[in-house]
Design a protein around this ligand. Structure first.
Ligand code: B12
Length: 151
């Protein structure tokens, strides 16, 4: 695993489901990534603190309880203030309404996610995305920003 690309895996604050995270952690590991799984009901500040370590090359958000849409929007807006270029994706069951799927995807993309995986073939689409992803060298956060995140 030494030299593997580093992935941070998390969910939104309200989401208590964990098998989606376990599944993705194992799946990403099988695809050669080193995964840090922050677990269920991840507070946004925990994600920011983990990102501030300067190791993450891909942020993966998984949510299935139906709140992934709105809480995903809040999350990515916060993340993009500090990390405009970090590859960030979200997937799962992000809304309770099938009819909203297209609008949800567009809103999440417009807010800053690079990809949104909400179709039945989410895992296959994610695999294609990963195979094309060019990982950048992790960018360290300026010391002043790091201090602000800790307080
Ligand atoms: C087990 C379960 C629970 C358990 C969770 C236990 C635990 N610690 O994990 C308990 C009982 C606690 C629970 C609670 C609730 N649940 Co629940 N739960 C389920 C259930 C039955 C299985 C979920 C599971 O473990 N799946 C196994 C994993 C491996 O699969 P997965 O989660 O689907 O993830 C896959 C894909 O979604 C996708 N994926 C997921 N994330 C991502 C991310 C990326 C990037 C990609 C590419 C793909 C991807 O890939 C995964 C592998 O294929 C589902 C129904 C179902 N059959 O799916 C409902 C379900 C998820 N729950 C639901 C709901 C509504 C709730 C509650 C709100 C119920 C309530 N009124 O209290 C609460 C919410 C609690 C909370 N705060 O979040 C709804 C969500 C509705 C929606 N999104 O449209 C579901 C779909 C049931 C339903 N049909 O209504 N739940």
């Amino acid at each position: 695993m030494k030299g593997a690309h580093r992935c941070l895996l998390a969910t939104v604050e309200s989401d208590a489901h964990m098998w989606n995270l376990v599944y993705l952690q194992l799946w990403l590991g099988e695809h050669g990534l080193q995964v840090k799984n922050l677990g269920s009901c991840t507070p946004v500040h925990s994600i920011l603190q983990a990102l501030a370590q300067g190791q993450t090359q891909l942020l993966v958000i998984s949510s299935v309880n139906g709140h992934g849409h709105y809480q995903g929007l809040a999350l990515i807006r916060e993340v993009r203030q500090h990390y405009p270029k970090l590859p960030c994706v979200i997937g799962g069951k992000l809304t309770t309404s099938q009819a909203q799927t297209l609008a949800v995807r567009q809103e999440l993309l417009a807010a800053g996610f690079d990809q949104v995986f909400i179709e039945d073939d989410a895992i296959a689409a994610f695999e294609t995305y990963l195979s094309r992803l060019e990982f950048a060298v992790p960018a360290l956060v300026p010391a002043a920003d790091l201090q602000a995140l800790r307080t």
